[in-house]
Write a protein that binds this ligand. Structure first.
Ligand SMILES: Cc1cc2nc3c(=O)[nH]c(=O)nc-3n(C[C@H](O)[C@H](O)[C@H](O)COP(=O)(O)OP(=O)(O)OC[C@H]3O[C@@H](n4cnc5c(N)ncnc54)[C@H](O)[C@@H]3O)c2cc1C
Length: 499
């Protein structure tokens, strides 16, 4: 029989690794089980043609000294041996919306000034908008690393306010509405459902300051893993959990596809809630709870194109570029497969050894899972000619669109690698390859935010499906989940006081 652990954590995404870090640091005998050979979930990077290509995460907000993510990265030891590239102050994200170009400068005041400069007749709407962002963030105690006051977040108006309705109530100017919502892609905003809460927190997070990881995001996962091992934790890869083991009503272990069973007192799942529910045999939880957690809609998936470029030919750019063919930044909700792609996001990786040029870039856009679903049961990497042809056609369409603004991408191309929603499904274990996990809906504010506690007393959840996605949301949810064991108040104080 395998050793019995205090806590088994299923999944080594940021949520799983950060929880394991906190708990092993506090003396718990922790074991992380990861289905893939690489750790990190959406932080994974893989080598192709000598280049390290990332799966997801491209940039991180609020990393300036004194800002909340700086505090969190300090606590998790993520400044030791790792470097970060601060993006351009005057425009960390550049947008081209229906031919009109504008930038998001860093700092709330600069952002406000730049909006007023572009829309001088809309100063009142802009001021109101900024105060809406600030008051939403202020309402969230955890954002300032304070323990949530009892019942406070449930009183938040912004959970039940629609972001689009809020923005359009302030101004009729379509360009200003677009400018306010332009970061839409990084939270997969949908006009009909996205709460002001998600919009405000993500905007505030990036506008405060925006950084790239120098190198690749795998470095973050590996750094967390080495510290967990130093604290005495165990991390096992290629261990895909397939079911929970119960002794009568008590959850006692997990069984993996390798045939091994691992035992612990408590369990934390970093996997998608639908996946987690699939491990619980019938009769162990109420049907209504299972239905609620498996019935949540997912955010849209993506198509990602990694271009391998001839070294020394394509210049590094210190910003992200967001292109919208039409004048509608909410287009993803209605995208037309026949007209695809009408949007893209470009990321130039920061490289310390060669800061002037890049030898690869990533181009990302939305794609529905339904477009590739028919190939889902075919084996990975052997999905057949039709699927390969689909990928090729999509890759070339996306490359051609991006090459209209950046002809150097096509002129200096060595080769490319593409990832579809099926790749995200396979490598992240999400049922529909969604980019940001389950979708939050302002009409169902309490149903679409999941608690870290489950109906099984020794089973907890963590990761992007709980509160918010991204480095911001996931690191906060990992603190909340591990706070359940070590005391949230004490843990947040520890994080605040780490220098
Ligand atoms: C394309 C893309 C771009 C993004 N860009 C950014 C960005 O620029 N900035 C930002 O802040 N956020 C970004 N995000 C969002 C961010 O990356 C995610 O919200 C975050 O990484 C999710 O972390 P997680 O720990 O919740 O889950 P995941 O990273 O999904 O990790 C879950 C882990 O669980 C494992 N697992 C699943 N099932 C099992 C099983 N049965 N047994 C064992 N292990 C299992 C998976 O293999 C995986 O390792 C992006 C996401 C995507 C997809």
């Amino acid at each position: 029989m395998n050793e019995k652990y205090d806590i088994i954590i299923i999944g080594s995404g940021i949520g799983g690794l950060m929880s394991a870090f906190v708990l092993s640091k506090h003396g718990y005998n922790v074991c992380v089980l990861e289905k893939n050979s690489k750790l990190g979930g959406t932080l994974q990077a893989y080598k192709r043609n000598g280049r390290m290509l990332g799966t997801g995460m491209h940039y991180i907000g609020s990393l300036d000294e004194g800002q909340m993510m700086h505090n969190i990265f300090n606590y998790f030891g993520l400044f030791n041996d790792l470097q970060y590239q601060r993006l351009n102050d005057d425009g960390f994200d550049v947008f081209n919306v229906g031919g009109k170009e504008f930038k998001f400068p860093m700092g709330m005041n600069n952002y406000r000034k730049s909006l007023v400069q572009q829309f001088p007749n809309e100063e009142e709407a802009i001021n109101q908008y900024i105060s809406g962002l600030l008051s939403t963030v202020k309402e969230q105690d955890v954002y300032s690393l304070q323990e949530p006051s009892e019942g406070k977040n449930s009183e938040s108006n912004f959970l039940s306010t629609n972001a689009w309705d809020y923005i359009s109530s302030l101004t009729n100017n379509p360009d200003l509405r677009n400018a306010m919502a332009a970061l839409n892609f990084v939270y997969a905003g949908r006009k009909e459902v996205t709460p002001m809460y998600n919009h405000a927190l993500i905007n505030y997070y990036f506008i405060s300051s925006a950084y790239r990881i120098v190198g690749n995001t795998q470095l973050l996962a590996d750094k967390l893993a080495s510290q967990i091992r130093n604290f005495g934790g165990t991390i096992l890869n290629r261990q895909q959990v397939e079911t929970f083991v119960f002794n009568d009503k008590t959850l006692t272990g997990v069984k993996t596809t390798s045939g091994e069973t691992f035992f612990a007192d408590s369990f934390i799942s970093n996997a998608h809630p639908t996946t987690t529910m699939s491990w619980i045999p019938e009769g162990k939880i109420k049907k209504t709870y299972r239905k609620r957690l498996t019935g949540l809609k997912d955010t849209l998936s993506a198509f990602s194109l990694h271009l391998i470029l001839k070294p020394g030919t394509v210049k590094y750019r210190n910003f992200n570029y967001n292109f919208y063919k039409t004048d509608n930044v909410w287009y993803a909700s209605y995208y037309d497969e026949k007209k695809w792609p009408e949007h893209y996001f470009v990321h130039w990786p920061a490289d310390i050894l060669n800061p002037e040029f890049v030898d690869n870039v990533t181009i990302l856009t939305h794609m529905k899972y339904e477009e590739v679903e028919k190939w889902k049961d075919l084996p990975i990497k052997r999905r057949g000619e039709e699927y390969e042809q689909f990928k090729k056609e999509k890759a070339e369409k996306l490359l051609n669109l991006a090459a209209q603004q950046f002809p150097e991408f096509k002129e200096n191309l060595e080769t490319y690698y593409a990832a579809t929603p099926l790749s995200f499904k396979d490598y992240l274990g999400t049922p529909t390859g969604s980019m940001y996990g389950t979708e939050r809906n302002y009409q169902r504010p309490y149903d679409s935010y999941i608690s870290h506690k489950t109906k099984i007393p020794n089973l907890f959840l963590t990761g992007q499906n709980l509160n918010l996605h991204g480095m911001l949301g996931v690191s906060l949810s990992s603190l909340i989940t591990s706070g359940e064991f070590v005391g949230l108040k004490k843990l947040l104080k520890e994080v605040r006081e780490t220098f």
